[in-house]
Design a protein around this ligand. Structure first.
Ligand SMILES: Nc1ncnc2c1ncn2[C@@H]1O[C@H](COP(=O)(O)OP(=O)(O)OP(=O)(O)O)[C@@H](O)[C@H]1O
Ligand SMILES: [Mg+2]
Length: 683
């Protein structure tokens, strides 16, 4: 006898008890009679959806977002943000391909044909194929625990109360003999409560058929008496519990045996039941049996031995499997395979595999070719929750930039660099390039996204950089160096020329990084708003005087002076306004300011991007010398300069996400660039 439970005094136990949800537990462990189940189905026929329908509905349950790209509407399924694990398995940057996948699932849910195919995710190594499969499985497990995703199966209860679960956890409705099913289903479907007509394919599994026949005999053909021996229960899909989710991974070729897919004879039980044709002496524990009602994933499906091929073909095309010594048995599950590019190419030339090729729907899962989408992968992996060290701004972005560069094909137009192409793909605009041009660029590069460096390589190198000794932070150079030194031992890189190309691209990234930080330091130095505002009003006063051919009042001496042409030009040169164009520029700006004045508005330099930039650069130039940035390199800094430098450093920390160390590093680095004397003021 069990004692009634009494609240524990242990605080941790109390915490656990508070977290427990008894009602949910009871719902998830619901049991009832066959008739109770019929009531459930009538109320909500969705409990009897097939595996494709359930999977598709699960994805759609999380909703969608749409956006336009190259004038096409793209749907983002929020499911792919990974709502289950805090975004751990989120998939970015390949929405067009995910759309294809979801459309195939939709079509399969509606019974239009893809449900008779193997869905084959195909792409280069490390392109998120396994991630997508894992996410789908997690989604199904989760959905089966929700009220709207629930599903049921049954067990047989013997005369002495012994329980025999339906070994392939089938829907209890399958107990209805084929000859009556149509009528019952018509009744259920008549309610219009399910988005899909419920269909039940095929007969029961061999064990249930055997027990059903026996029970029929005992009951003299009374169906009601037979199903009274049934206990219906909720089915919670779980890969760990081997319920409704399966994974099949080919081992070495000699060891492949089809019983792994369809189950095997249990020799110990033959003695008990007296015959090897008694289905109760058979273990329905092959991966297809396990995965029934949910999803089976075939890892590296093309490495499958031909011996398995027929099982796979039957399972997809006919929805049946053939366990040894038993009749074909109906199954209901999504079949998802994946393979990487090299294996797929082998398939192309393998006649044996032709039958399979013909029965697959290939979904490409390429690498990301959009810089900032790639950066999201690393931001997700190395976020603040997971990493203690400070990661200097741009570190992950620069690694992502390199990864994407290695995947891009050299633009055929001569005046476009690879880096410019990357920026165009990333959504930047470049003079002379329209959206249509970018689309054309993409179309012209067929192998793009199928080659290059995998995110996995970059992930490994970033974590190497993170664990390297010393310092509380990492910066882009540490990661880029790590990426470089790994190249010589990269197992997938045998081609010396390619290796050199990848090294050169690291140089491109370093150069780009240099420009970015130079710009940031300039901004930090010049982001003294009061000083910019002063400079701006000074510029505008002189501009007005120039345009109206007037004089400017000198606030110092009170005298009226000619407009300060040197100041005007110094600002304008920062944004490359040529001497010959200066009058146009000034008149335009003047009439813009005049227009604002008519509307009673005041000119704000921040609203004019070009002028804002020019002012910032001019201010930087003025202040650069006063804070003696270059003297940083010499390490001998007077107190006054140090104070100014500290202000800039603080701005880098406050406005750009640096920490003390990385801000110092970046200031030193930029100072060294200026000391080299190759500083370009105009960026
Ligand atoms: N588009 C993407 N979005 C988010 N993460 C990605 C993407 N592509 C790759 N990754 C990340 O790269 C890593 C490798 O992905 P995964 O293991 O799914 O690749 P795979 O295609 O199965 O590779 P393989 O062919 O080697 O088995 C994972 O950490 C994954 O999160
Ligand atoms: Mg994989």
């Amino acid at each position: 006898m069990t004692e009634p439970s009494r609240p524990s005094r242990h605080p941790l136990m109390q915490r656990i008890a508070a977290l427990q949800d008894i009602q949910q537990y009871q719902e998830l462990n619901w049991e009832g009679s066959f008739e109770d189940y019929l009531d459930l189905v009538r109320d909500d026929p969705r409990v009897s959806r097939n595996a494709y329908q359930r999977l598709y509905d699960m994805i759609m349950r999380f909703g969608t977002r749409t956006y336009t790209e190259y004038k096409k509407q793209i749907v983002r399924y929020k499911f792919f943000d990974d709502p289950f694990d805090d975004g751990k398995d989120a998939v970015f940057g390949i929405d067009v391909h995910l759309m294809k996948l979801v459309n195939v699932l939709k079509s399969a849910a509606l019974g239009y044909g893809p449900e008779k195919r193997v869905i084959l995710l195909h792409g280069p190594v490390g392109s998120a194929k396994s991630t997508i499969a894992r996410l789908l499985k997690k989604g199904l497990e989760w959905y089966s625990r929700q009220p709207d995703g629930r599903l049921y199966t049954f067990s047989w209860v013997g005369p002495e109360g012994e329980i025999t679960p339906a070994p392939m956890h089938e829907d209890p409705l399958k107990l209805i003999p084929l000859e009556f099913r149509e009528e019952v289903l018509a009744d259920i479907n008549g309610s219009g409560r399910s988005p899909y007509p419920i269909r039940l394919e095929g007969e029961l599994d061999p064990v249930s058929r055997f027990l059903f026949k026996q029970a029929m005999k005992d009951a003299g053909g009374d169906f009601t008496a037979v199903v009274s021996k049934i206990r219906v229960r909720r089915l919670i899909l779980s890969e760990k519990d081997r319920l409704g989710i399966g994974t099949f991974q080919p081992k070495d070729e000699k060891n492949q045996d089809s019983t792994e897919l369809t189950g095997d004879i249990n020799y110990r039980k033959i003695a008990e039941y007296g015959s090897d044709s008694d289905p109760r002496a058979f273990n329905f524990d092959g991966e297809f049996c396990v995965a029934n009602r949910g999803l089976i994933e075939f890892v590296e499906v093309l490495k499958l031995d031909v011996a398995f091929l027929y099982d796979l073909l039957g399972a997809s095309q006919e929805h049946v499997i053939k366990p040894k010594k038993f009749a074909q048995t109906a199954i209901d599950q999504v079949i998802l395979g994946h393979t990487n590019e090299p294996e797929y190419r082998k398939l192309q030339s393998n006649e044996f595999m032709e039958a399979l090729r013909d029965r697959t729907i290939k979904i490409d899962v390429p690498y990301i070719t959009k810089w900032h989408e790639e950066a999201r992968i690393y931001a997700k992996d190395f976020n603040k929750k997971r990493v203690r060290k400070h990661i200097a701004p741009h570190t992950l972005e620069m690694a992502a930039m390199w990864a994407v560069l290695t995947r891009l094909e050299e633009p055929k137009k001569h005046n476009l660099t690879l880096l410019q192409k990357l920026k165009l793909y990333d959504g930047k605009t470049l003079p002379g390039y329209t959206e249509d041009n970018v689309k054309e660029l993409r179309k012209g590069a067929i192998r793009e996204g199928l080659e290059g460096i995998s995110p996995r390589y970059v992930q490994d190198k970033i974590s190497n950089a993170l664990v390297r000794d010393g310092g509380d932070s990492i910066n882009p150079f540490m990661v880029l160096n790590e990426l470089e030194s790994g190249l010589s031992s990269h197992s997938l890189l045998s081609d010396e020329e390619l290796r050199k190309h990848y090294r050169d691209l690291l140089g491109v990234v370093k150069k780009e990084y240099e420009d970015i930080v130079k710009n940031e330091v300039q901004k930090a130095i010049a982001s003294d708003e009061d000083a910019i505002a002063r400079l701006c009003s000074n510029y505008i006063d002189n501009l007005k005087a120039y345009c109206l051919k007037e004089r400017v009042k000198n606030s110092f001496t009170g005298s009226y002076d000619e407009p300060d042409e040197r100041l005007l030009r110094a600002v304008e040169e920062k944004i490359n306004i040529a001497e010959t164009r200066k009058d146009d520029f000034r008149r335009e700006l003047m009439s813009y300011i005049g227009g604002l004045a008519i509307d009673g508005k005041v000119f704000d330099y921040k609203a004019n991007e070009r002028l804002h930039k020019a002012l910032e650069l001019k201010l930087f130039e003025d202040q650069k010398d006063s804070i003696k940035l270059t003297s940083l390199v010499s390490q001998v800094v007077d107190k006054d300069t140090q104070a100014r430098i500290d202000i800039v450093k603080q701005r880098l920390i406050d406005n750009f996400g640096y920490d003390d160390q990385s801000a110092t590093d970046v200031l030193n680095y930029v100072a060294s660039i200026f000391a080299r004397g190759d500083a370009k003021d105009s960026a």
